[in-house]
Design a protein around this ligand. Structure first.
Ligand SMILES: Cc1cc2nc3c(=O)[nH]c(=O)nc-3n(C[C@H](O)[C@H](O)[C@H](O)COP(=O)(O)OP(=O)(O)OC[C@H]3O[C@@H](n4cnc5c(N)ncnc54)[C@H](O)[C@@H]3O)c2cc1C
Length: 501
C-alpha cells in the first residue's frame, strides 16, 4: 500500500492535518485505531477552544504565564496569530460547528485566562466538533479513512521515515508514505486515574522515540484538579470507566472548591483562588483530600443544571447529591511534552511530522493553559498537513514483524498494564521524589524487558500498546529524573512529602 501522506490518528490534530494535506493536493491516508469518535480525547473536550479575539498579545501573555517560563515564544506567537483564522476557516466555515451564542459568540472564561475568549458548545465542545470533522473528511474529501487500523511501528531507512506498519484484524501491512504525520494523542492509559480514553497509550511518542526521533518536555504531565471522584477509584478511569471531567468552565462560572469540613480553601493557596493555574489547584485539591478526606465542587453559585445540562445529567446518573457538592480529585489529563517538532510539525527524523498532544511544539511549556489544546491540534495539525504534502512514497524493506506465536497468555497485557499504572501512580504523579523515580525506572525497565520478549514473536495490538505505554512512561521518568527543578506541573519534593496519585 502506498500514499503520499500517511496521517496516524483521528483526533482534531489528525483530522486537521488530513484536511490540510488533502487541500494541498496530496493523496492522503488516515489510519486510526479508533472505531468511533469517542475513542479520541478530542471528542471529550468540554470547556472549548480558546481564540485570540483579535488581540493575540493578550492571549500570548496568558499562555506564557501558565507555561511557567518554559514555553517557546515563537511557537506561542504562531498559535495566537493563526488561532482566529484557523477556527473561522475550519470549524466555522468548513464544519459549521454550532458554537453557543445568539448574536455573535458567547465567549467562556476559564482559569488563568484574563478575559472570556473560549468558544464552546455547552460543555461538550469536542462532541460537537469531532464527528463533524471525521464525517467531512470521509464525505467531502478524497482522504482514505481507515478505522480500527493501528500503526504498530514506523518504517525507517537511513534516517528517513517511509510510512508505518498498519495492523487490522491481526493482519499487518506496510503502508509506504512520502511523509508520515503522527497525531496519536496522549498517555493517560499509563495512569490509574485519567480523564483520557482507554486508547491513549502514547503510541506515536513511543514509535517515534524507538525510531530515533527526539522527544522533549516529557516530565510535564498535567493533572486536572477536578475529575469526578465518586466512583470506583481503583478502576482504570477515563471516558469508559466512570470518571469524567468537571470542566474548568464550572470554576469560571463561579463554582467553589470545599474540603470535607465544608471550608473553601483555594484562597489560602493562591490569590486567584479557584482560577489559579491548574498545577496549583491540582496540588491543593490533593493536599486537602489527604488532610480532610474529601474535596467537593460546590456548584450552587450558579444554575448548574441550566448552564451545563450534559454534566448535570452525568452527575444524576451517578446519584450525586448536588447540594452536597460533586466529589472531585486530580487525574492525569494532558502531556505538555512529546515528539520534538518545529513550527511545521517536523520531527528530527526526515519525513516524520507530529501534531496535537503527542507533539511538543513548545506552546505549553511546563503547564498548559486551559482550552489551548484543541487549538494547538487545529493550528499545528493544519501546518503539519501542509508541510507533509508533496513527498512521493518510496518502498523500502519494511521491518519484519513475526507472529509465530500469536496466542498471548490470557490477561497478560491487562496484568502488566495494572503494574505499569501502579508504578506511575505511586512514583510519577503530582509530586515526585528522586528515590521514587529511580524505583519507577527500575520497575519499568524490568517490565519493558518482559514485554519486549513477547513483542518479538507476536503482533497483537494490545501488546504494542503495552510496549508503547511502557516506553513512554520510561521517557517521562527519565525526563523527570534529569530535571531537578520544580516548575509548572513537574513538582519535585523530598521522599517524605511524596504521595501516590
Ligand atoms: C475529558 C477531556 C476534556 C478536555 N477538554 C478540553 C477542552 O475543553 N479544551 C481543550 O483545548 N482541550 C481539552 N482537552 C484536551 C484535548 O481534548 C486533547 O489534548 C486533544 O483533543 C488531543 O487531540 P489529538 O488529536 O492530539 O489526540 P486525540 O484526540 O486523543 O486523538 C488521537 C487519535 O489517535 C488514534 N491513535 C492512537 N494511537 C494510534 C495508533 N497506534 N494507530 C492508529 N491510531 C492511533 C486514537 O484512536 C485517536 O483517534 C480535554 C481532554 C480530555 C480528555
Amino acid at each position: 500500500m502506498r500514499t503520499d501522506t500517511l496521517i496516524i490518528g483521528s483526533g482534531i490534530a489528525g483530522c486537521a492535518a488530513a484536511l490540510a494535506a488533502d487541500r494541498a493536493g496530496a493523496d492522503v491516508t488516515l489510519a486510526t485505531k479508533a472505531t468511533q469518535p469517542e475513542d479520541a480525547a478530542s471528542y471529550w473536550a468540554q470547556g472549548g477552544i480558546a481564540i485570540s479575539r483579535g488581540d493575540p498579545e493578550r492571549f500570548r501573555d496568558d499562555i506564557l504565564a501558565a507555561g511557567a517560563g518554559a514555553c517557546d515564544p515563537a511557537a506561542v506567537d504562531t498559535l495566537v496569530t493563526e488561532a482566529d483564522d484557523a477556527v473561522r476557516d475550519v470549524l466555522v466555515e468548513t464544519l459549521d460547528v454550532p458554537f453557543d451564542g445568539e448574536d455573535g459568540f458567547d465567549y467562556g472564561r476559564e482559569a488563568a485566562h484574563d478575559e472570556p475568549r473560549i468558544l464552546h458548545v455547552d460543555a461538550e465542545t469536542g462532541a460537537a466538533i469531532l464527528p463533524r470533522f471525521t464525517a467531512y473528511l470521509a464525505e467531502e474529501t478524497t482522504v482514505d479513512v481507515r478505522e480500527d487500523t493501528a500503526a504498530l511501528d514506523l518504517i525507517t531507512h537511513e534516517g528517513r521515515v517511509h510510512g508505518a506498519l498498519l495492523e487490522r484484524d491481526g493482519d499487518v501491512t506496510p503502508c509506504f508514505a512520502g511523509a508520515t504525520v503522527l497525531a496519536t494523542g496522549g498517555i493517560g492509559a499509563a495512569y490509574e486515574h485519567t480523564t483520557n480514553p482507554a486508547g491513549a497509550t502514547g503510541d506515536g511518542i513511543a514509535m517515534a522515540a524507538l525510531a530515533g526521533a527526539d522527544v522533549a518536555d516529557m516530565e510535564y504531565v498535567q493533572f486536572h484538579p477536578t475529575a469526578y471522584a465518586g466512583g470506583d477509584e481503583t478502576a482504570t478511569e477515563g471516558a469508559e470507566h466512570g470518571t469524567f471531567l468537571l470542566s474548568e468552565a464550572l470554576r469560571g462560572e463561579g463554582a467553589l472548591l470545599r474540603n470535607a469540613e465544608g471550608e473553601r480553601f483555594m484562597p489560602e493557596y493562591h490569590s486567584d483562588a479557584e482560577l489559579a493555574p491548574r498545577d496549583v489547584v491540582a496540588r491543593a485539591v490533593r493536599a486537602e483530600r489527604e488532610r480532610t478526606g474529601d474535596v467537593r465542587l460546590d456548584v450552587s453559585p450558579f444554575d448548574f443544571e441550566a448552564e451545563f445540562p450534559g454534566l448535570a445529567e452525568r452527575c444524576r446518573e451517578r446519584g450525586v447529591d448536588l447540594d452536597a457538592g460533586i466529589p472531585v480529585g486530580p487525574a492525569e489529563h494532558f502531556l505538555c511534552g512529546g515528539i520534538d517538532v518545529d513550527r511545521d510539525g517536523r520531527a528530527s527524523l526526515d519525513r516524520l511530522f507530529a501534531a496535537g498532544e503527542c507533539a511538543r511544539t513548545g506552546v505549553h511549556g511546563a503547564n498548559r493553559l486551559a482550552s489551548t489544546s484543541l487549538l494547538e491540534g487545529l493550528v499545528f495539525g493544519r501546518r503539519a498537513g501542509r508541510a507533509a504534502a508533496g513527498y512521493d512514497p518510496e518502498a523500502v524493506e519494511p521491518p519484519e514483524l513475526r507472529d509465530s506465536d500469536p496466542d498471548l497468555p490470557a490477561q497478560f497485557a491487562a496484568e502488566k498494564f495494572r503494574r505499569l499504572r501502579r508504578t506511575m501512580r505511586d512514583h510519577v504523579g503530582i509530586k515526585r521524589d528522586p528515590e521514587g523515580l529511580s524505583r519507577a525506572a527500575a520497575r519499568l525497565r524490568r517490565l519493558k524487558g518482559e514485554v519486549d520478549s513477547y513483542v518479538r514473536t507476536r503482533t497483537a495490538r494490545e501488546l504494542y500498546e503495552l510496549r508503547n505505554a511502557t516506553v513512554t512512561s520510561l521517557l517521562v521518568v527519565r525526563a523527570a529524573t534529569e530535571n531537578g527543578e520544580s516548575r509548572g506541573c513537574h513538582h519535585i519534593v523530598d521522599a517524605s512529602e511524596a504521595s501516590a496519585d
